[in-house]
Ligand binder design. Structure first.
Ligand SMILES: Cc1cc2nc3c(=O)[nH]c(=O)nc-3n(C[C@H](O)[C@H](O)[C@H](O)COP(=O)(O)OP(=O)(O)OC[C@H]3O[C@@H](n4cnc5c(N)ncnc54)[C@H](O)[C@@H]3O)c2cc1C
Length: 446
């Protein structure tokens, strides 16, 4: 529900806060009220008209608190924005109000060479953080394929996993997020330090229950990732290869499988299409010979593309995860997508769905670790034929045992989480008792 437009008087109050940039031109407001929700025709329709009344960019924590005080006093919706690359309208202000840009908070505060733990401000771009970590001999464990442009705060609040998930699982698995600094929206806003246990409730809550200003994360030792492509004629062999590569005793950062019709349509950074299905792999140098052996045994074509760091153009990372959807949509915006964890045996599931949907569903699989076990996630690109058919497809996926992470939903629970997390709701009750943070996104609160 849209609240009534902000009166001039309140805009003036905001504009008098020191260290705060205010954007009130309609074109700027519109730009900062959108993310990449247009991958979903369902969300396009639902979110097209959502727009902030005003956008602010605080340059200090004092300015954040001053904005919070005004928003609280007048019950103005307050929606946070990192880089705005979310896919489900996470940073779209459903009820208008203030959008607050967090990109001025980008310092790396500390690094512990013994544990590899890093404490960083929420607006720091993942690419910048990873560059800094490389100088310390470390790297991020998990990155979205938007790793160049997205912020670490937005990734924790709105993302789930991506490059690295083949080894490290997902962001909400214990051990990744070790602590948070947040600003609360209590009667008297406070800056709080949360330990890893209390931070869990803020992780993947779409910024509905606290303003993250800094985070402490685990990192991994740096590896000089090598790019490998394996081409394979037959789908069932390609699937077997994906499983055997991801289960081998080698270090992987990425292990994706694209159906041949996708390979035909995306940029040629992995080499020209051979008309075959293609595995895209980032592997540690000592795993190259094992991958070659696995590919040769399966009669597939192994191709070593070289060290990832020598890449001049886009690399395999930017053909994977939701970048696959991006490239398909760049060619034809009639494509949308789904996200799910495939049931086992995966081959049967992919074949049953293919039989029903034909080339309206093109397979894109990602090897991931789920609760400590190697599994396959799928982000198939799907031809948009209307909401009813999409619903039918999702029902069929659930019926065959897939766990859906619906990318056509607005709330935390209907999207990635699946269920109401009472700790998230309790954290909102404590830290945002008036419910003004990103209203409409936490179903458990509604
Ligand atoms: C082509 C493409 C590929 C993608 N690939 C992946 C992928 O591989 N894996 C993945 O997980 N995601 C992926 N995404 C989604 C998105 O890019 C990532 O989740 C990204 O990390 C979001 O970061 P952001 O800075 O853009 O966050 P935003 O979109 O700005 O915000 C995301 C959410 O976080 C909240 N938020 C932002 N900053 C704060 C803060 N300081 N405190 C509290 N809440 C805050 C916002 O309110 C919003 O709810 C992809 C998107 C696209 C378009």
């Amino acid at each position: 529900m849209k609240h009534s437009p902000l009166p001039e008087k309140l805009i003036n109050q905001l504009s008098s806060i020191p260290d705060l940039q205010l954007f009130d031109l309609p074109i700027e407001i519109k730009r900062f009220s959108r993310d990449f929700f247009d991958y979903s025709p369902v969300l396009q329709q639902k979110l097209a008209g959502c727009c902030a009344d005003v956008v602010v960019r605080p340059g200090s924590l004092v300015a954040v608190i001053s904005v919070v005080e005004i928003a609280k006093r007048h019950l103005i919706p307050l929606t946070l924005r990192g880089a705005g690359t979310g896919n489900y309208g996470q940073s779209v202000p459903l009820e208008g109000g203030i959008v607050m840009l967090m990109d001025a908070f980008k310092d790396i505060r500390s690094f512990d060479p013994f544990t590899g733990q890093v404490t960083v401000e929420s607006g720091c771009l993942l690419g910048d953080l990873d560059k800094y970590l490389a100088l310390q001999g470390r790297q991020l464990r998990l990155l979205p394929s938007t790793w160049r442009s997205a912020s670490i705060g937005g990734f924790i609040a709105g993302g789930s996993g991506g490059i690295g998930s083949v080894r490290w699982g997902f962001l909400r698995d214990p051990g990744h997020l070790l602590g948070l600094e947040i600003i609360t929206l209590e009667e008297k806003p406070q800056k709080l330090q949360l330990d890893s246990k209390s931070a869990e409730a803020i992780n993947h809550a779409y910024g509905t229950n606290g303003i993250i200003t800094a985070l402490t994360l685990s990192t991994a030792p740096a590896v000089a990732w090598q790019e490998v492509v394996i081409d394979c004629e037959d789908w069932s062999t390609a699937l077997k290869l994906l499983l055997s590569c991801s289960q081998a005793a080698i270090s992987l950062h990425l292990c994706s499988l694209l159906e041949n019709k996708i390979v035909d349509s995306i940029p040629t950074w992995s080499g020209a299409s051979t008309g075959k299905h293609r595995l895209l792999i980032l592997v540690a140098p000592d795993g190259l010979s094992t991958l070659e052996r696995i590919a040769t045994q399966a009669d597939a074509t192994f191709k070593y593309l070289g060290a990832e760091e020598n890449r001049k153009t886009g690399g395999l990372r930017e053909l994977s995860w939701n970048h696959t959807t991006l490239h398909m949509r760049a060619l034809d915006s009639g494509w949308t997508y789904l996200q799910m964890l495939l049931p086992q045996p995966e081959r049967q599931a992919t074949e049953v769905l293919k039989e029903r949907w034909g080339d309206d569903l093109l397979w894109h699989l990602e090897a991931v670790r789920q609760n400590g076990t190697q599994r396959l996630a799928a982000l198939p690109v799907v031809r948009w034929r209307g909401a009813d058919l999409l619903e039918e497809l999702m029902t069929q996926c659930r019926d065959i045992g897939a766990v859906m992470f619906n990318p056509h939903a607005i709330t935390v629970e209907d999207g990635g989480l699946g269920v109401v997390d009472s700790d998230q709701v309790e954290a909102k009750r404590l830290f945002d008792p008036s419910g003004i943070l990103n209203p409409g996104k936490l179903k458990g609160w509604l």
